[in-house]
Design a protein around this ligand. Structure first.
Ligand SMILES: O=C[C@H](O)COP(=O)(O)O
Length: 260
């Protein structure tokens, strides 16, 4: 048994304008209400584009929806001449609860190193935002049998220099890159293997109690029809969902670990 509250996060990526985002959250809230979703038993968050955060936050606040808000990225810088960046302080002012950090798409397309990812994790924590630290290997790394060591090196790199107290505020998302948006899902056993390895590493390098309480999500083609098997694994505490989070019926079912 664990007292880790499951967390389901919908990462909308580069989809939906703010009108569409409002509609999706409204429909999601209705759908979860119909399903009598208990937000304290399973936390639900959405991660819209920066341009939609304000609109979605206003709706969530006005209607007192239980849905939480995440950004898809966060700057490591506090302020200044960093064109295009959005700071932790700015996100805090919007009531953002979580920030996705180090998603493989940021690492791949925007050159984010473990050092940059670590700085973003620290910036989020300092502002009271829970970072969702993404780690995971590419296909060739898995085929070479180096998926665990690579992923743990990402964990080490991102958490380096943080105190146990700071790490206690981190959520980790294990996302094998080969399973993202491809329809290829890691098996529940693959997800469990890595979640267990991550927890053991944090226990060893940070603190056993922090590791025991750390939420570790799985991400990569999670759908209603595979969520229950993934969530049945003891070290998997939730999911970071891409494509299926854009489909209300899918994401509402995923939040309840239900198939359709
Ligand atoms: O952030 C979400 C992940 O990249 C998974 O995306 P996906 O569910 O579309 O495979």
């Amino acid at each position: 048994m664990t007292d880790r509250t499951p967390l389901m996060v919908g990462n909308w990526k580069l989809n939906l304008d703010h009108h569409q985002g409002i509609q999706l959250v409204q429909k999601l809230a209705w759908s979860l209400k119909d399903a009598e979703h208990d937000y304290e038993a399973v936390e639900v968050a959405v991660a819209p584009s920066f341009t939609s955060l304000r609109s979605v936050q206003t709706l969530i606040d006005a209607d007192e929806l239980g849905i939480k808000l995440s950004s898809q990225d966060i700057s490591s810088h506090a302020k200044g001449a960093y064109t295009g960046e959005v700071s932790a302080e700015q996100l805090t002012a919007l009531g953002v609860d979580f920030a996705i950090v180090g998603h493989s798409e940021r690492r791949d397309y925007h050159g984010e190193s473990d050092t940059i990812v670590g700085a973003k994790v620290a910036a989020a924590i300092a502002a009271g935002i829970t970072p969702i630290l993404c780690v995971g290997e590419k296909l060739e790394v898995r085929q070479a049998g180096e998926h665990v060591s690579l992923t743990l090196s990402q964990i080490d790199g991102a958490l380096e220099g943080l105190s146990a107290e700071q790490v206690a505020d981190v959520v980790v998302a294990y996302e094998p890159v080969w399973a993202i948006g491809t329809g290829e899902v890691a098996t529940p056993e693959d997800a469990q293997e890595m979640a267990e390895a991550i927890r053991a590493r944090v226990a060893e390098t940070v603190d056993p109690d922090v590791a025991a309480g750390m939420r570790i999500l799985y991400g990569g083609s999670v759908k209603a029809d595979n969520v229950a098997a993934i969530m049945a694994k003891p070290d998997v505490d939730g999911a970071l969902v891409g494509g299926a989070s854009l489909v209300v019926e899918q994401f509402a079912a995923i939040a309840g670990f239900r198939s359709l």
